[in-house]
Design a protein around this ligand. Structure first.
Ligand code: PBG
Length: 331
């Protein structure tokens, strides 16, 4: 049988013919510096406690946090995002604990920054770990989150976190105007070098399900929704508006969340604004992949594939529960 060797004249497969060539021509790289490890720190816990809905992820007691951070830093990871699991007795209608300077998470952050001054510590601003209803803000008479009533609470929470030594304040509450209120408060209190990472395009997503279990707010939240403040899953123009607003109000970095189902949003944000853009591969995405891997349905290479997709879409850094394991692999 004769083969026409003149066709096709363009052979993209030439570019793929060896592993070395493929590595040289890779358009996107995933490096350890791109990875941020979220950790759950639980009040009154000693040691570790497995999170049922997040196979392989534990809540950590204060006594074991440094051991975990040692392990994380060893891999070359430069940043952690801390989430508190608050004692039930400290939760109330208005999430008052959030604003208390000597609260649990501020103490934990102080300890972490004392032992690891170079580690970039990111902390969430939102009231949900502290409220008995599990919403991110303070409710009005009709049971909806009251935007303007919530802003001062978020401001005070942010100031407490900044005083504790948090490097990056990350409002995840989606109230309008919160970036400005927090930025002003930071400026007025001499925290001019504290960064704000705005969860700017945060969708009202069911992929956060396991997180609610992780921070033990599931039973408080029940099957309500956050639809009146988190973004409609159908919208992208609105995401660009959210990002524009947050940049204008003083955000240094913006985030898109969840990750994999919203790659179009990551790309649009990066293309439009050219500012540091993070993405959060959230709890549900983690559990989905990890469970499929544990069951033998997928090979674990899907993890790096999922993370590289974020880089290809334009993300600078990725919050992912896979961070430590991936960092060990690619270091
Ligand atoms: C709290 C907060 C949530 C997540 C991060 N910060 C949950 C929510 O808004 O319901 C989700 C993270 C994850 O699912 O991994 N405001």
């Amino acid at each position: 049988m004769s083969v026409d060797r003149n066709f096709p004249s363009t052979r993209l497969r030439r570019l793929r013919k060896s592993a070395n060539l493929r590595a040289m021509l890779a358009e996107t790289q995933l490096t350890v510096s791109d990875l941020i490890q979220p950790i759950f720190i639980k009040e009154n816990l000693s040691g570790r406690e497995a999170i049922k809905t997040m196979p392989g992820i534990d809540r950590l007691g204060l006594d074991i946090v440094n051991e975990e951070i040692d392990d994380i830093i060893q891999t070359g990871i430069k940043s952690v995002a801390v989430f508190p699991v608050i004692d039930e007795s400290k939760k109330d209608e208005t999430g008052a604990q959030a604003a208390i300077e000597e609260n649990f998470i501020n103490g934990a952050i102080r300890n972490i920054k004392e032992s690891y001054p170079e580690l970039v510590v990111i902390a969430d601003v939102a009231l949900d770990p502290y409220t008995t209803h599990g919403h991110d803000g303070i409710l009005n008479e009709t049971g909806d989150v009251d935007n303007d009533l919530t802003l001062p609470a978020l401001r005070d929470q942010a100031l407490g976190l900044a005083k504790a030594g948090t490097d990056i304040i990350a409002p995840s509450d989606m109230m309008d105007g919160r970036i400005k209120v927090i930025r002003d408060a930071l400026e007025q209190n001499d925290f001019v070098n504290t960064l704000i990472l705005s969860y700017a395009a945060k969708y009202s997503s069911k992929f956060y399900g396991p997180f609610k279990d992780a921070v033990e707010s599931a039973k408080f939240f029940g099957n309500k929704t956050k639809d009146t403040y988190q973004m409609p899953i159908s919208n992208i123009n609105e995401a660009l508006q959210e990002v524009a607003m947050d940049i204008q109000e003083g955000a240094d970095i913006v985030m898109v969340k969840p990750g994999m189902p919203y790659l179009d949003v990551v790309k649009a944000v990066k293309d439009e604004f050219l500012i540091p853009t993070f993405v959060y591969q959230v709890s549900g995405e983690y559990s989905m992949l990890q469970t499929a891997i544990n069951e033998g349905l997928l090979s674990k290479e899907v993890i790096i594939e999922s993370l590289l997709a974020f880089k290809r879409a334009g993300a600078d850094c990725i919050l992912t529960y896979f961070a430590k394991d991936v960092a060990k692999k690619i270091k």
